[in-house]
Design a protein around this ligand. Structure first.
Ligand SMILES: [Zn+2]
Ligand SMILES: [Zn+2]
Length: 369
């Protein structure tokens, strides 16, 4: 957790939008790299402002202490809560692959390490994180531009609702684990091609805790976790691009050993749109106009992402001309600006002209068109 954006801007948590803006302007002026300021500090300030000046992000931040942070986000160079997919790193947790074989060398090695540090595997086991989950999240083009909350259902290993993860019936006392006598681990002699090892492994009964509840939770039968379908709400920030990954901390699988839950990684797939396509922060669309509109000019209505816009087609517009509507493109993730809507003009020539139109065209021809 995260950064205190209020502190970065030197303002109170209940500051008004105006106060936030003032504080940002003052600090941005002071730390601007072009004026010899501290660049890292400047980036912090900009990030803080970007979150706190946006009502939606600010309330999310106030509520959860962070805005959905980046997958594998390193440092603070990416503001806005997520990053481009380039630097993405998948963390499979520390459990590693556990095959079904009789002998797992890595297990032994780990347990030796555990013993070497005097932990006997016990402390480590307790910190074991739940598994991360990866999902694919399809988002219609419009929603990728304007931000959206996605409700999803996710079947996963979750903390038991009855015992809240303890594995004991509510109110049950605990007793020393009979399998490991409270040590949290069990020893086993193992012969391998390298010689004979004493293998110390985490107690399968108490998973390292050393204690068991006297009465086992009847819902999860003492495991503390259960397979359950959970409803999740994923907030997709505006301007998200196809291929980006959202990390939702703590929404992966519950930990078997009472540790923190894993994380959820949502791979975003922005679905193609019939009309719009994205190029950087700009949105491109085509606009068919009539020959007469191209020659005479006109005012037309265009259905942009945000709704209808009046667009002026200038006199003498050519096929292929781009009419630019400023600020109606996609939101830039690291600033609060938007790209433009680029309207590419197509001039429609009638496929079947009436006698009269042909006559008019003859006149045009005489005029040299
Ligand atoms: Zn339970
Ligand atoms: Zn035990």
């Amino acid at each position: 957790m995260a950064k205190d954006y209020y502190k970065m801007l030197g303002i109170a948590r209940n500051s008004s939008k105006d106060e936030i803006k003032k504080a940002y302007r003052k600090l941005a002026h002071q730390y601007h790299p072009d004026k010899g300021g501290d660049e890292a500090r400047f980036k912090e300030i900009s990030e803080a402002y970007q979150i706190l000046s946006d009502d939606q992000k600010r309330s999310q931040y106030d509520q959860f202490g962070s805005v959905f942070e980046a997958a594998g986000r390193g440092g603070d160079q990416h503001s806005g809560g997520f990053q481009w997919p380039g630097g993405f790193r998948v963390d499979f947790g520390e459990q590693g692959p556990n095959g079904g074989g009789d002998f797992d060398f890595s297990d032994i090695f780990e347990d030796f390490l555990g013993m070497g540090f005097g932990g006997g595997g016990r402390a480590r086991t307790h910190e074991r994180k739940g598994k991360d989950i990866q999902i694919d999240l399809e988002i219609p083009f419009e929603e990728s531009i304007l931000s959206v909350k996605k409700d999803i259902e996710l079947g996963k290993l979750s903390r038991c609702t009855r015992c809240n993860g303890s594995g004991g019936e509510p109110g049950s006392k605990t007793k020393t684990c009979a399998t490991c006598q409270g040590k949290g681990n069990v020893q086993k002699n193992q012969r391998t091609f390298l010689g004979s090892f004493t293998q110390v492994s985490t107690c399968p009964e108490c998973l390292g805790a050393g204690t068991r509840p006297e009465t086992v939770c009847q819902q999860c039968r003492g495991k503390g976790v259960e397979q359950r379908v959970e409803q999740l709400e994923i907030f997709v920030p505006r301007g998200i691009r196809d291929g980006e990954i959202l990390k939702i901390t703590g929404k992966g699988e519950a930990s078997l050993a009472g540790g923190v839950a894993g994380d959820l990684y949502a791979h975003v797939h922005v679905l193609p749109h019939k009309v719009f396509r994205r190029q950087g922060e700009d949105i491109i669309m085509q606009l068919p106009i009539k020959l007469s509109q191209a020659i005479l000019g006109d005012s037309v209505e265009v259905h942009a992402i945000d709704g209808a816009i009046k667009l002026k087609v200038p006199e003498g517009t050519q096929a292929g001309d781009i009419l630019k509507v400023r600020g109606k493109g996609a939101y830039h993730p690291s600033s609060y600006g938007r790209g433009d809507l680029l309207v590419e003009v197509k001039v429609e020539v009638p496929r079947k002209a009436s006698r009269k139109v042909k006559g008019l065209a003859e006149d045009l021809k005489k005029e040299g068109f």
